[in-house]
Design a protein around this ligand. Structure first.
Ligand code: GLA
Ligand code: ZN
Length: 661
């Protein structure tokens, strides 16, 4: 029999310290009525928990916890360290982050600590430890939630202490200045480093071209790696403090999908379970959200993840915040579950009366009643999850296709000065993801440094804009293809080594042999313009955007050629190369949707991967409970009716168990 703590987690952030205690019990009654069984608490309470350096006061938290325990709630207990209390800032002003213009933050805001602050490290781990010591035996404690959205909002820290630590980090990495100067190509613009003390973070008034690009891109790249590690060390620091008092409760922190500043693959390795916050905007395509779920599942090693936050109605922080349409939140929730979530959680369970999040959607609104549409929809979803959620928990998403998502390439591609500023790395990943999604083919994300064994689990591996090819990666891809794998890559791939230096000898460098092409030039296309691309297989001309590689076939064959009036009209735009027992495809331009389908669909056909074509926003997913035993999710993520083999009303979702061979 399931205890209440074995239920599918349905709940979210509850911040009762923000309102009168007389309301708390009423909240709980209402939440229970909506089948809510979990509360994430204590996310931003540092100032109340520790009124001064010498004193903790857990009295309010004790009352919150005991109310939840007596109501048999699951608890996700946060460590409260993502916003600094006033006294801490007053006594140690340099605990705060400094931005790229050299401005030190002041008290206020959140996500604003310097990740290298010794004081922050000491006090945050002390608090996390004190919480673990006090609450680790609490009935219903399901997860620890460390900090909140690391890196969110604040950007990287550029303070003098970070600069000093960075120099030490670089000494450890490069050993001597000759190696560093070589790795960074510093003789450009007289940037030669003659003393370690001369190294400055890529600040706006120094080497930074804004904060996204720098004169010496190796410097920017190393700074990003260094800051990622510093933030991660803050998480590890609190995690380990909890572990001293609680040996078993899994520990997480909430990630943010394709967030740029943190290499989430490195984070996933340090977390017991991955959780993330899903906030699609008005114009986020459902396939983009699906991709984010797949990425989050994958950084957690493929295990189920937690949907730590989503809004039960509108957000407050977009410039224009539409309300969620009837059925939309339910559809978004099931989409998360279909892609591997083992929880559905909201920010937030009740709206506060003040502060900047008072107009953020909540299960209980300012009216304080159960009479709202949002409440009714939450209750309906809760009933459904209570009914079938537990039977889905723990089941697996199985994929035969993998996409390489590489944070170094993310930083390198968007950090490039030239040949175009038209690229957003996640958008390019999505360009290659979309035809798979349209065919309802499940996708895992892997690191570019994945082992050959990992790669061999997939029939198809795709590496969009893999601009940075680290040592050994090109060889492994070659081996994967020669053993029968299919590999797809293209424009802006195979250009840089791990230091962001061009690999000489012709693009795409280490991928040239396996792809059988030499890219001689990269033509940037003006925004909104396209170059026509004609596929050998026939059909209407497709459009290439952003960039057009002018390339030569070495051992490859052409699959499509440029048309139009450019000087490279008639030359190859897409190619395929037989390499050992497999094939490598090179896509020379950022193709429109039909063009991407023309590349990907024939490969899926060749591989015999089952395809079900549905328009954008209609999805079919499966989670596997065992051999031949799956749950199928049929979802219409749009506000339009879908009339295919089945008819789906706007935002309709059907979940059904299936037996399959
Ligand atoms: C983030 C934070 C929450 C809350 C929501 C609002 O995800 O983690 O504390 O501010 O945004 O959308
Ligand atoms: Zn700093």
């Amino acid at each position: 029999m399931l205890t209440s703590h074995g239920r599918f987690i349905f709940g979210g952030d509850w911040n009762p310290e923000q309102w009168d205690e007389s309301v708390w019990e009423r909240d709980i009654d209402m939440l229970k009525d909506a089948h809510i069984n979990e509360a994430t608490i204590n996310v931003f309470s540092w100032a109340q928990l520790q009124p001064s350096l010498e004193r903790y006061d857990f009295s309010v938290l004790d009352r919150i916890v005991s109310l939840l325990v007596s109501n048999d709630f699951n608890i996700i207990l946060a460590t409260s360290t993502a916003a600094l209390p006033g006294w801490l800032v007053r006594e140690y002003p340099d605990v705060l982050r400094m931005d790229a213009d050299g401005v030190r933050h002041v008290f206020g805001g959140r996500h604003n600590f310097c990740p290298n602050s010794v004081v922050f490290r000491r006090l945050s781990s002390k608090l996390a430890g004190a919480l673990a010591q006090r609450y680790s035996d609490v009935a219903g404690l399901r997860y620890w939630h460390v900090g909140n959205e690391y890196g969110g909002g604040g950007g990287m820290c550029y303070c003098p202490r970070c600069a000093e630590r960075f120099r030490t980090w670089l000494r450890g990495k490069y050993g001597d200045l000759d190696s560093l100067n070589r790795a960074w190509c510093t003789h450009v613009w007289s940037h030669t480093i003659v003393d370690w003390a001369d190294i400055v973070p890529p600040v706006t008034f120094g080497d930074g071209i804004g904060v996204e690009k720098a004169v010496i891109s190796g410097l920017l790249l190393d700074y990003r790696r260094f800051q990622n590690q510093a933030q991660l060390d803050c998480f590890i620091n609190e995690r380990d403090a909890i572990r001293r008092f609680d040996r078993q409760t899994p520990i997480t922190t909430n990630l943010m999908g394709t967030f740029k500043d943190l290499d989430y693959f490195s984070w996933g390795k340090q977390m017991d379970v991955v959780s993330w916050d899903n906030y699609p905007g008005m114009d986020t395509e459902p396939s983009y959200t699906a991709m984010c779920h797949d990425l989050m599942r994958s950084v957690g090693g493929g295990k189920p993840f937690l949907l730590m936050e989503q809004t039960p109605n509108q957000q407050n922080w977009f410039p224009y915040c539409a309300v969620k349409k009837p059925g939309e939140v339910r559809a978004l929730s099931w989409q998360a579950v279909a892609h591997g979530a083992d929880s559905v959680q909201f920010f937030q369970l009740r709206q506060s009366l003040g502060g900047c999040e008072r107009f953020h959607g909540a299960v209980i609104g300012h009216d304080g009643t159960e009479k709202t549409r949002v409440f009714a929809e939450t209750r309906r979803l809760g009933a459904e999850l209570a009914d079938i959620g537990a039977g889905i928990s723990g089941s697996a998403v199985v994929s035969r296709v993998a996409i390489m998502f590489d944070w170094d390439s993310y930083w390198s591609l968007e950090g490039c000065v030239g040949p175009t500023q038209g690229f957003s790395y996640p958008r390019e990943i999505h360009r290659f993801y979309k035809p798979l999604h349209a065919m309802n083919v499940s996708v895992d994300m892997i690191e570019s440094t994945a082992s050959l064994e990992t790669m061999m689990k997939y029939s198809l591996v795709i590496a969009p804009t893999l601009i940075m090819v680290k040592a050994g990666v090109g060889e492994r891809i070659g081996e994967y293809v020669s053993r029968g794998g299919r590999f797809v890559t293209g424009y802006m791939s195979g250009i840089h080594d791990e230091n962001d230096l061009v690999i000489p000898g012709g693009y795409p460098g280490p991928l040239r042999e396996v792809c059988g092409v030499w890219v001689e030039e990269m033509d940037a296309l003006a925004p909104g313009t396209t170059v026509p691309v004609v596929f050998e297989s026939g059909g209407k001309p497709r459009g290439g955007r952003i960039i057009a590689d002018v390339m030569h076939l070495e051992t490859a064959e052409s699959l499509a050629a440029y048309a139009g009036d450019s000087f490279y009209s008639g030359t190859p735009a897409v190619s395929v190369n037989r390499h050992g027992d497999g094939f490598a495809y090179y896509v020379g331009t950022a193709l429109d949707e039909s063009g991407m389908n023309d590349v990907i669909v024939p490969i899926l056909k060749d591989l015999g991967i089952p395809m079900i074509h549905t328009p954008e926003g209609v999805e079919v997913c499966r989670r596997w409970r065992g051999e031949g035993d799956c749950v199928e999710f049929l979802m219409n993520m749009t506000d339009r009716e879908y009339a295919g083999d089945v008819r789906l009303a706007p935002y309709e979702v059907r979940v059904s168990p299936r037996r399959e061979k």
